[in-house]
Design a protein. Sequence first.
Length: 247
Amino acid sequence: MTTERLSPAVIVPLRLHGYAVSNYFNIARAALIEKAAPFEIVRVRASQEEAFLRMSPLGKIPFLETPSGPLSETIPILEYLEECVDGPHLYPADPLQRARVRQVMNIVQLYLDMQVRRLYPGVYLGTSNQAETIQAIGQTLEVTINGLRRLFTFRPFLLGDTLTSADLFTLYCVDLADRLTRFVYGWSLIERIDGLAEWSRLMTTRDSTRIVATEFLKVFRGYLTDKGAAYDLSLGGGIFMEPHSAD
Ligand SMILES: N[C@@H](CCC(=O)N[C@@H](CS)C(=O)NCC(=O)O)C(=O)O
């Protein structure tokens, strides 16, 4: 367990459980860092053990241990942080704009991440995907891409001039999705949405991204090897890149 950051604005001790291959864990961790919240990381894998299910009822990561009890599911975790932790706001004050942040996160979760996740077996998990599944998901992704093109403003953040939870949520989902669409479909999700590449570069300049992406790349490489994945980091894609070593 490591203490991630200590801030003078200590309000509640929080412990984030999960590990860095998980895009959802990375989203929650990035939000905690953006808020300069004091928190600890408990590095654990998803589990169906009884003790784990008491904290995270579906056995998924991440979950957040709060002083009042555990909370799983990333979007509710982000909302809890917004309401209970000091620091920069990650949601706009205006109700419609707030709802639009949730709208983007819903769409990215359901129609991007949950779709590409069905293709993880043949890409990241060392097994295979069926041609019909690949085709069906490809069709869904076309609708998703068209929708996201309409929603993102890139001024310079996804929904205006301020960083929101939608930026963090989208960043960590798009990284894995882009690696996958290049591998499976031969096209880049990032290149299909004008403005997304520039926004990605902007996001990688943030301290939260540097911290989270550095650990992600380190553990993702080992994860892919352990799984015997068809994809490996040398195939490229995604947003986060390992620094080139000086020869
Ligand atoms: N809807 C959940 C998704 C979390 C999720 O799918 N986590 C993955 C890791 S990225 C996991 O725990 N997988 C293990 C499992 O499903 O058993 C959230 O928002 O947190």
